[in-house]
Write a protein that binds this ligand. Structure first.
Ligand SMILES: NC(=O)c1ccc[n+]([C@@H]2O[C@H](COP(=O)([O-])OP(=O)(O)OC[C@H]3O[C@@H](n4cnc5c(N)ncnc54)[C@H](OP(=O)(O)O)[C@@H]3O)[C@@H](O)[C@H]2O)c1
Length: 295
């Protein structure tokens, strides 16, 4: 685990998405234990309320809040960013962590596949909305939770509805490849601003994500012997969010606190740019009202 006691995060404000459970909650506990002001984001009201109480209790830090919203809805992502900006003048660490799998092929109002929407567009839009505040608060960090599933991922930017070859696994792997492509492109764009961007694989972690579809339940049962606890799974993200040794590292993919080469596709600048531009178009569209989007 990150040496929560030895790093002083007093005076730092951290936003952690997916803090109502799993590794996001453990990361929130660790950062709050280091003295940071922690704002979590959850979706489910009951889990969010329980997590808020638990994070305060376990960290002994009262400076913890929870915002709520569904990252499948771009309007919710914008509202969460606005609520954060209304309450806080500074943001030093943004941890993009909220992620999921969907058991059925579903589209959002923008016409994109839902796993891609939550796991990639959610990260993209929240970061875009909060980047000016991160830059004004520099030194600051963006930490995005990807997965080793990025190695299995492929991306066709012309098919963000994922009509070709969709299954639970291909959709998840694509979204996690997008987390790495996004981190690499973000790091290039913010180079020199005092804000870093890194991503990571947390390990194979015993969390609720394995129960969110039939296939992931089966796969989770197969890999159950490899599973680590949520607290262990939160280690690399908490370390990237707080450790002085990585204050100037940017654009990297980590596993167990070590830089790793991601999927070769993630190094394709042309693809990263195409994803960035498609994401810009999707979040810019007055989309909450229409089903129109890329085919
Ligand atoms: N567990 C693993 O083995 C593993 C491996 C590699 C990568 N990861 C990544 O780790 C991250 C966290 O996953 P976890 O394992 O901790 O899973 P988890 O226990 O299922 O937690 C997921 C968190 O994301 C939130 N979330 C899910 N869908 C959301 C949505 N549509 N809108 C807003 N929030 C949403 C959940 O909120 P509610 O509970 O309130 O709905 C919860 O707080 C994900 O990005 C996942 O891809 C996990």
């Amino acid at each position: 685990m990150a040496e929560a006691q030895s790093i002083d995060m007093k005076g730092r404000t951290c936003l952690v998405t997916g803090a109502s459970g799993g590794i996001g909650k453990e990361c929130a506990v660790a950062l709050a234990t280091m003295g940071a002001t922690v704002v979590g984001v959850g979706r489910d009201p009951q889990r969010s309320e329980q997590a808020l109480n638990e994070i305060r209790l376990r960290s002994g830090n009262g400076a913890v809040e929870m915002l709520r919203g569904d990252f499948a809805q771009l309007a919710d992502v914008r509202r969460i960013a606005a609520e954060f900006r209304d309450r806080h003048a500074r943001l030093h660490v943004l941890v993009n962590n909220a992620g999921t799998v969907y058991g059925r092929h579903e589209l959002t109002l923008q016409g994109v596949e839902k796993t891609f929407a939550v796991n990639h567009l959610g990260y993209f839009l929240l970061t875009r909305e909060l980047l000016p505040l991160l830059q004004a608060s520099a030194p600051a960090r963006v930490v995005s939770v990807a997965s080793m599933a990025n190695y299995r991922g492929s991306l066709d930017v012309a098919d963000l509805a994922h009509r070709k070859g969709w299954n639970v696994g291909t959709a998840y792997a694509r979204s996690k490849l997008c987390n790495v492509l996004f981190t690499k492109e973000l790091a290039r764009r913010i180079d020199g601003t005092g804000v870093t961007a890194n991503c990571l694989h947390p390990g194979v972690v015993a969390t609720d994500i394995w129960g969110r579809s039939f296939l992931s339940r089966v796969y989770g049962w197969i890999v159950r012997f490899k599973m680590i606890t949520p607290a262990q799974g939160a280690d690399t993200m908490t370390w990237l969010a707080s450790d002085p040794s990585v204050a100037h590292v940017s654009g990297e993919y980590f596993d167990t606190r070590t830089v790793r080469k991601p999927n070769k596709v993630a190094e394709d600048r042309g693809l990263a740019l195409a994803l960035w531009e498609a994401s810009e178009r999707l979040v810019a569209a007055p989309a909450e009202s229409s089903g129109a989007g890329p085919g």
